[in-house]
Design a protein around this ligand. Sequence first.
Ligand SMILES: [Fe+2]
Ligand SMILES: [Fe+2]
Length: 205
Amino acid sequence: MKTLAVSRQFEYMLEKCRAVEGPDGDGSYHVDRVGELAYHIALALGIAPGPALELGLASKIHDIGKTAVDPHILGKSGRLTPQECEAVRKHTVLGAEIISANKDSIFDKARKIALFHHERWDGAGYPHGLKEKNIPLSARITAVADSLDVMTHRRPYKVSWPAEVAIENLVADSGKQFDPEIIWVVAVRPYKFLQRICKVGRRGF
Ligand SMILES: [Fe+2]
Ligand SMILES: [Fe+2]
């Protein structure tokens, strides 16, 4: 993925997002891998390279709202209480608020992604329970990229899964959690597509 000139405010938010997640064992960061995956998914969907690049960059700060959530809750390895779950869910709305002070187009994309990346195609997501194409495409793409990366990497509460198992899970959730058109394009039709980019991810994008 090429780079794009970004403002100092964007770089600052990106650094905060990297700090919240912390580096993985291989020294790479969840937020950067999500950006790379979102960029490739956008290209596979036929989005032009320029807008795909902007979408990939904007998706890197999808979890900026976590900087406003209690780090003890975020780092907890056991099951979260209902109150803790609620506190974590607020990162969507908090993220959109943090980003909304900035006006460039990349921030506008990033604000929508931060707010809507936990919405589900079937309407059972949060914070607003939006359904299907009422969820912005950028957020639907980021939801797939985010889940794929979480499934294929270790977290305090889970082990990493092989790419094949993660892709099977995406396919099983097509039309439920995820936009079926996106899953069709990236995980069903050219089945090797995500397997190939997951391997790239292992090398540390
Ligand atoms: Fe999130
Ligand atoms: Fe994430």
